[in-house]
Write a protein that binds this ligand. Structure first.
Ligand code: AMP
Length: 295
């Protein structure tokens, strides 16, 4: 049995706990989450536990990253289950602030990572990455870890956070961890819980689209628009349950579209599958060979 992680809900209690650990010379790793933990989150926690003496996991469903009509209210929440799973994976502290702690009355300061926040997922989800960047900066400041761990599943989020930390001189190391998938390729996501059995059967089309484009690149295709067409074709072939929002091939550092598929790229898709908006991506380094890389 693993000890249940300490579970402060205020910044002051968190600071007191971290002060004790730092005084003993312990290093701190940090994994920010919105809870409803699954094996993807647990792989981040396990990696952080391998590389640090203490692991802080935050569970905060961040209102600022949800738009009107999105799933903020219905987002799954189960604190006791999260606490048990996080502890078993190696978390020593579970920080679960209330919204007032993160956004005190009169809050008016936000972080906008220009140029990277309004493309791909940011085009439809206006303000989403402003909400993500703002909460991640606040949490990094409160936890002040040696390193923070993020999933490659959300590649755009990683690109935005790396740019923010670099631009604002944050001292923290940002670590990308590979996407954890179901056996049929579907990337684990808290939102998979929204899928009906029929939608669940259709959902692996997202990873199918990415692997088809990757295969074409491995066979020598270098026209980005043809890779995009391949992804769109696989999503369309999944039938009306899968409604493509975007399929794209973009530069890994600028997130801008490319004509020729060479260098470090993200192949990314977003689709509505029933009531769930799902995203997936793979990052490739395309030279003479095609190799998968982390964002
Ligand atoms: P969330 O709770 O959705 O905000 O995710 C918290 C962290 O877990 C983010 O860094 C995500 O990228 C990461 N994550 C979510 N799903 C997966 C997955 N299937 N594999 C790896 N990391 C993931």
């Amino acid at each position: 049995m693993t000890a249940s992680p300490a579970a402060p809900s205020s910044g002051a209690d968190l600071a007191a706990l971290l002060g004790e650990r730092r005084a003993k010379g312990r290093t701190i790793g940090f994994v920010p989450t919105m809870g409803a933990l699954h094996d993807g989150h647990l792989s981040l926690i396990a990696r952080a536990a391998e590389e640090n003496d203490d692991v802080v996991v935050s569970v905060f469903v961040n209102p600022a990253q949800f738009g009107p009509g999105e799933d903020f209210e219905k987002y799954p929440r189960d604190f006791e289950r999260d606490r048990r799973l996080a502890g078993d994976a190696g978390a020593t502290i579970l920080f679960h602030p209330g919204a007032d702690e993160i956004y005190p009355a009169g809050h008016r300061t936000y972080i906008e990572v220009e140029g990277l926040s309004d493309v791909l997922c940011g085009e439809k989800r206006k303000g989403h990455f402003r909400g993500v960047a703002t909460v991640v900066w606040k949490l990094l400041t409160l936890v002040d870890p040696r390193a923070a761990y993020f999933g490659a599943k959300d590649a755009q989020q990683l690109v935005v956070i790396r740019a923010m930390v670099r631009d604002l001189c944050g001292p923290w190391k940002i670590v990308a961890v590979p996407t954890v998938r179901e056996a049929d390729g579907l990337a684990l996501s808290s939102r998979n819980a929204y899928l009906s059995p029929e939608e669940r059967r259709a959902a692996p089309a997202l990873f199918g689209a990415l692997t088809a484009a990757r295969r074409a690149a491995e066979e020598g295709e270098r026209a980005a628009n043809r890779l995009v067409k391949i992804m769109e074709g696989v999503l369309a072939a999944a039938g009306p349950t899968v409604v493509c929002e975007y399929a794209c091939c973009v530069d890994l550092s600028t997130l801008g579209p490319v004509k020729e598929a060479t260098g470090d790229l993200i192949l990314a898709v977003a689709a509505n599958v029933g009531g769930a908006r799902l995203i997936d991506n793979i990052c490739l380094r395309i030279g003479e060979k095609v190799e998968e890389i982390l964002p």
